[in-house]
Design a protein around this ligand. Structure first.
Ligand code: PLP
Length: 386
């Protein structure tokens, strides 16, 4: 399906809403039934009927059609955050006594689900280094139900071979889930490699303006029906019509935003790599990235987020550098219009800072919509102060 069709036309039927060009925000909690027969039918098929906006809603429906098509999947569910997409996709597929294999250090709230919630129900998680397929093979147990992936991750960008992992999982009847937030379907389509469930934080690139939270989950109709009925409706974690509309609006410009950010990212990285105060830059499409070949095999692009290792000897130096920047905000998240920086040292007490630990000198940078030369000038003056 053509991406221009998906982003500009698919799912939209203007005759349903006064020929308005922009789809309406159908801000209603409930829907009316004209006969008992309609009512009966609606109760039996809540995943395909407008009954109550905790489930299906017309604005959300337009969005989920586009998101499914973008991922080349049968269906999509849209949640009120990426965290709820993680929670519901995992919870729907485990029972007490099951085992999960996860890559090391997945997104923090996935870790908390595995370590703090699921352990109370006798579900164990084994964390593996996902850069080697053998580690997954070694971790498999008869009761393994899920392999949980995130490729690349959002600090050091290790990637997993999606094709190899899904082949292994299929042969053992294990469900694969991947967090695709870094790439979005524009740069990586996990279902093409046989992955069962692909999720994203829509808060990042899909929304794209730092003003909305959302989560997306795509997969087969059958699997998503189960997750919808068992988890989304139960936890009430579907997106609101207004937030769905903001994501729809964000989607219109997704490819051009990523294209712009990709070009700017390369320019900024090229500058930083040559700077004596930067020890190295971690970025999955950099020629020195250890898994560059695999990155090119399964990703069409990479942009925005990368990590620098700063040549600093003290906590104070990194703090001074960070707050000398005038156009990079110190904040979590990413994917919006504004450039960001998040140094690891910010989460470490000054007395615990150890410059011999590379992690302590890392800072994650996100490149927004600003002109790259504007950002480079800013980095230059801040590195001077460092
Ligand atoms: C932000 C993020 C999430 C969680 O998404 P929310 O919308 O914040 O709940 C999950 N995975 C990754 C990689 C993220 O960056």
């Amino acid at each position: 399906m053509d991406i221009s069709y998906i982003l500009n036309e698919l799912g939209e039927d203007r005759s349903q809403y006064f020929n308005a060009v922009s789809p309406p925000i159908v801000q209603t909690s409930n829907f009316v039934f004209d006969s008992f027969e309609e009512l009966r039918n609606a109760f039996a098929n809540e995943e395909s009927t407008f009954v109550y906006s905790r489930g299906k809603n017309p604005t959300i429906d337009i969005l989920s059609k586009k998101l499914a098509a973008l991922d080349g999947a049968e269906d999509a569910l849209v949640f009120n955050s990426g965290a709820s997409a993680i929670y519901c996709s995992v919870m729907a597929n485990v029972k007490s006594g099951d085992h999960i294999i996860s890559i090391k250090k997945p997104y923090s709230w996935a870790t908390r689900l595995f370590d703090n919630v699921l352990t109370r129900f006798g579900i164990e998680t084994t964390y593996v280094d996902g850069t080697n397929i053998q580690n997954f093979k070694d971790a498999v147990r008869p009761e393994t139900r899920i392999i949980y992936l995130e490729t690349p991750n959002t600090l050091t960008y290790e990637i997993q071979d999606l094709e190899a992992v899904s082949k292994l999982a299929k042969s053992l009847n294990i469900i694969t889930i991947v967090d695709n937030s870094y790439c979005t379907p524009i740069y990586q389509k996990p279902h093409d490699f046989g992955i069962d469930l692909s999720l994203q934080s829509g808060t990042k690139y899909l929304g794209g303006h730092s003003d909305v939270l959302a989560g997306v989950l795509t997969g087969s109709r059958k699997m998503l029906k189960k997750i919808f009925n068992e988890q989304l409706l139960n936890t009430g974690s579907g997106i609101s019509p207004f937030n769905a509309w903001l994501i729809l609006r964000g989607l219109r410009t997704l490819p051009m935003r990523l294209e712009h950010i990709s070009k700017s990212t390369i320019k900024v990285i090229e500058y930083l790599k040559k700077h004596p105060k930067i020890e190295r830059v971690l970025f999955p499409f950099d020629e020195n990235f250890p898994q560059i070949e695999l990155a090119h095999k399964q990703m069409k692009g990479a942009c925005g987020l990368f990590t620098i290792v700063i040549n600093a000897t003290s906590h104070h130096q990194i703090e001074r550098f960070t707050y000398s920047l005038k156009h990079f905000l110190v904040a979590v998240s990413w994917g919006g219009h504004e450039s960001l920086i998040l140094p690891q040292a910010g989460g470490i007490a000054p007395e615990e800072f150890d410059p011999t630990i590379e992690l302590h000198r890392m800072a994650r940078i996100y490149i927004g919509f600003e002109d790259p030369d504007y950002l480079i000038k800013d980095l230059e003056q801040a590195l001077e102060v460092l």
